[in-house]
Design a binder for this molecule. Structure first.
Ligand code: IMP
Length: 435
């Protein structure tokens, strides 16, 4: 049995989808454990690019069983659309290979309307959410008034709960935000239809994961978003409302403390990006930013998969990376998009912060408020070669290897893989016996 967990070490968008796709080739079970369709995982297979928001990326492999864990918030409309999108691409999606946890919560149009209303009310202090209703759905979960996947199994009761929920939402929309109310009956009828379609998929995802581990199989937990967006460990309040960090796989999938081998893989982009508001110490603007972001002409340029928003960009932040190693218990790092850095004369990497006239290597009170910190960067030599065709560690330019070594040194964990382009095979594994 092996539990493998893939987590983002930054603010999401690290390229986890393609790493999961790679690891899923050997996994028996692939599972999402947090968040909802705020996530956007891009996987390129030949001429096809899949943009997945809810389903585990590993489902693209025909042998894998996909699980949607209880830690998720699921918009059934998006889920059904995504299932159909995969089917249209020739990927089988049926109850034999997809189980939705009975205990996951549902996202409704009410949650989306509240998300929008709350963001407008925040004015200048807005979080920059994806507008998918994530925060309000988790709010209802914590307030013990949420709608769960399980509720869809009893149509009459589901209709009653849905009516009450939309009625409550309307009271908030009209009373607090002067917004238009939603159509109670239309939404209730719409969700009855979703319930019929999803009923065969509802099951005990946690039990399926536990059984697989007990049978000596490999379970791959696919974290959405990233460490710095974690509700507890992230840059609060500029975070999402779930637990993307590795420990979230236990509560979000319904697993106990594992007693077998656990591999915790942190995916880190070779630079840093952020969507939405909040402090970003190594952020760059102008020409440097355009260079890292790309023009948007390619699907892998730095524009949100879910929202299409241009991402904020900056240099790799080693202080935050060290923090991510600690709170996730990372055992290794996989570095993505190294090819994007080709052609730069020098590459700054942040190794410490300057704070109140002194240099600090770790955050005194976590990453909640990063605004007082000024990055202390080391400049490493760049390389000019196109990395796209490289497939062996030894073929990487010396400067590129030195950059990866620096990442390993700063973080304290080994770099086991680097990606050099969006295609499935554009990855370079670090051979343990060489280098
Ligand atoms: P929410 O998850 O929609 O509530 O958004 C909260 C914050 O998390 C915002 O700053 C979003 O931009 C950010 N966020 C949510 N999901 C993702 C993601 O998959 N990638 C990057 N940022 C995300």
């Amino acid at each position: 049995m092996t539990l493998e967990i893939v987590v983002g070490t930054q603010w999401g968008d690290e390229g986890k989808g393609r790493i999961v796709d790679l690891l899923a080739a050997q996994a028996d079970v692939v599972a999402r454990y947090n968040g909802g369709d705020n996530a956007g995982h891009t996987v390129t297979v030949g001429s096809q690019t899949f943009k997945l928001h809810l389903l585990p990326s590993g489902l693209i492999h025909p042998h894998a069983l996909g699980l949607l864990g209880n830690g998720m918030v699921i918009n059934p409309a998006s889920l059904i659309q995504e299932m159909e999108m995969l089917r249209a691409a020739g990927i089988q999606v049926d109850p034999r290979r997809l189980v939705i946890s009975y205990a996951a919560h549902l996202i409704t149009p009410g949650h989306k309307a509240l998300d929008r209303a709350l963001e407008s009310a925040r004015g200048a202090g807005l979080i920059g959410t994806t507008g998918r209703g994530i925060g309000p759905a988790y709010t209802d979960k914590a307030a013990r008034r949420g709608l769960r996947v399980l509720d869809m199994l009893d149509p009459a009761e589901f209709r009653r709960k849905m009516r009450r929920h939309i009625h409550d939402v309307n009271q908030q929309l009209q009373g607090l935000y002067a917004a238009e109310p939603l159509e109670v009956e239309a939404i209730a009828a719409e969700f009855e239809g979703y319930a019929v379609q999803l009923k065969p998929y509802i099951g005990d995802a946690g039990a399926r994961a536990a059984d697989a581990l007990a049978a000596g199989k490999r379970v791959l937990g696919e974290g959405a978003q990233g460490t710095l967006l974690d509700l507890d460990q992230g840059t609060y309040p500029f975070v999402t409302s779930s637990t993307p960090t590795a420990p979230g796989v236990l509560t979000g999938l319904g697993l106990g403390i594992p007693h077998g081998p656990v591999r915790v893989i942190g995916v880190t982009k070779s630079f840093q990006t952020r969507v939405g508001a909040g402090p970003f110490p190594t952020e760059v603007q102008g020409a440097a930013a355009e260079r890292l972001r790309g023009t948007g002409a390619n699907p892998w340029d730095e524009y949100g998969t879910t929202t299409g928003r241009p991402r904020r960009v900056g240099w790799l932040d080693g202080v935050l990376l060290r923090y991510a190693v600690r709170v996730n218990g990372l055992t290794e790092l996989m570095v993505t998009k190294l090819d994007v850095l080709s052609g730069l004369p020098a590459i700054p990497i942040c190794t410490a912060y300057r704070y109140q006239g002194r240099q600090i290597e770790d955050l005194p009170l976590g990453p909640s408020d990063l605004s007082p910190f000024e990055p202390v960067c080391q400049e490493l030599p760049g390389w000019q070669e196109n990395l796209g065709p490289v497939r062996a560690w030894g073929e990487l330019p010396t400067a590129a290897r030195a950059y990866l070594d620096k990442i390993a040194e700063i973080s304290g964990v080994p770099v086991s893989l680097v990606s050099v382009g969006p295609e499935r095979d554009q990855v370079v594994l670090k051979e343990k016996d060489r280098d």
